[in-house]
Design a protein around this ligand. Sequence first.
Ligand code: RIB
Length: 349
Amino acid sequence: MERTTIKNIAEQAGVSITTVSCVLNGREMRISNATKKKVIKIANELDYHPNQLAVGLITKKTNTIGLIIPDISNTFFGELAKGAENRAAELGYNVFLCNTNDSTEKDLDYLRALLDRGVDGVILVPSGRGKDEKSPECFKLLDSCQKSFVILDRTKTGDKYLGISLDHKGGGFIATDYLIKNGHKKIGCITGPLGMLNSYRRYQGYVEALSKAGIKYDDCLVKEGNYHISDGVELAESLFRKKVTAIFACNDLMAFGVFQAARKRGLRIPEDLSIVGFDDITYSEFMEVPLTTIRQPALEMGKCAVEKVVEMINNPDYKRDKIIFEPKLIERNSVKNIGGDTDGSKERA
Ligand code: RIB
């Protein structure tokens, strides 16, 4: 069925296109109430919806925001997107969600596609494992496109952009320190891709906590993963052989992989092996042994990103200060105290 235009409404109402446009856009003109009522009645009967692209050409606004995320199958990003979409709807914006499978090539493709469609702003969680082939081109395009944008979660030091992320180093420290306070000294660490700053920061937190407790750092206990469940499964094996008593997995999906590897080897959690994750995604509390983890307030971070990008849309001179969210230890049942001094006083979920 053909899309209704304001020309169709004008013909049916017996008025000019200008009159229809003024009535539908609430522009003040000397139009009788009877005419206004007739135009609105016909517009509803014909199920008229303005073509947003046409509107955008005139108002230079489409009330849409692009959200580019690396992995929609990871509920951490699902929560980010949900927080963003909920807030965008409250502020009268639609969100175009783009999933890039962690490819910087797709970051660039989607960025171009969103800008071609006239989005008013962009929220980008950059892809890439540190070998960011297309990342420089992405940021060059963002710099040149005169659009408001926010970098979410995977910010980089020295960015001149408005970045929103967690204190990843603080989170890595809290996770490791909690294991140490529970008496663990031989603690394995399965990191995210260390070319990515947020992964490297979590690893730094692990190293700092060991150092603060006077525990000698052993590089053999650190394995670099890719934030997938399979990494946890494969890399845990090599740590079991090192006889670690605990593993800090730098995201919950890899912690799930450690669980799976432990089960295969007949190791009980937490009796034989303690595990701490990172993110606190939806399923972590429902694991057969609820996972102790570090919470990233993903819903709030997504909401905050939309609020900031809309503030920039409305005020291009808006201050681009970085926003850092605090990590929070969510203590559940996957860590055993093997002689530490924790009094269980940690903040509970
Ligand atoms: O789980 C995926 C990880 O990558 C999360 O920790 C998040 O920080 C993202 O960058």
